[in-house]
Design a protein around this ligand. Structure first.
Ligand code: AMP
Length: 173
């Protein structure tokens, strides 16, 4: 099954000059969604937890956690988690943002897989690796539905196995 037709290019979203990779067609197609989760799960050994990045990572993270029968740990934007957290600040094109996970969500030495929908510059995923490592858990691998080629994301995560289902060029609107 070719998953490519289920990722739609939306030019000039969320701002001019960006081509947004919209996964809602995939979400609307149960067979394609199930197939993408199955394929992601097949790329790595079963971890002991899945760390999913807000917010589209939650979709694939939930599927993977159910498939593997392991805990799902949400990495959330600052201020959303109610318990004690660890934090990491990361740079965006304009300014910075903060991700958090609950301080008791992972234990030292626990092997985890990190998941998101799109790998672009890798800044978000690298911050999530640092969160995992703050808790002394072990980032075994990172999984993405889409890798945008040429933005340096894979290079930035070079010390970790990175698995993606679709490698797509960065297009201009
Ligand atoms: P980055 O930190 O640059 O790797 O960006 C990754 C995060 O931004 C992920 O959570 C993606 O969902 C989102 N993202 C970045 N670029 C795009 C894009 N062109 N289309 C859809 N999502 C994107």
């Amino acid at each position: 099954m070719d998953l490519r037709p289920f990722v739609r290019d939306v030019p000039d979203f969320p701002r001019k000059g960006v081509v947004f990779k919209d996964i809602t067609p995939l979400l609307a197609h149960p067979r394609a969604l199930a197939e993408s989760v199955r394929r992601l799960a097949g790329r790595v050994l079963r971890p002991e937890a899945v760390v999913a990045i807000e917010s589209r990572g939650f979709v694939f993270g939930t599927g993977l956690a159910l498939e593997w029968g392991v805990p799902l740990v949400p990495a959330r934007k600052f201020g959303k988690l109610p318990g004690r957290t660890v934090r990491e600040v990361y740079s965006l094109e304009y300014g910075e943002d903060t991700l958090e996970i609950h301080a008791d969500a992972l234990r030292p030495g626990q092997p985890v897989v990190i998941v998101d929908d799109v790998l672009a510059t890798g800044g978000t995923a690298a911050a999530t690796v640092r969160l995992v490592e703050q808790l002394e858990a072990k980032a075994m691998a990172l999984l993405f539905l889409v890798e945008l080629l040429g933005l340096g994301g894979r290079e930035r995560l070079a010390s970790y196995p990175v698995e993606v289902l679709l490698e797509l060029p960065v297009t201009t609107p």
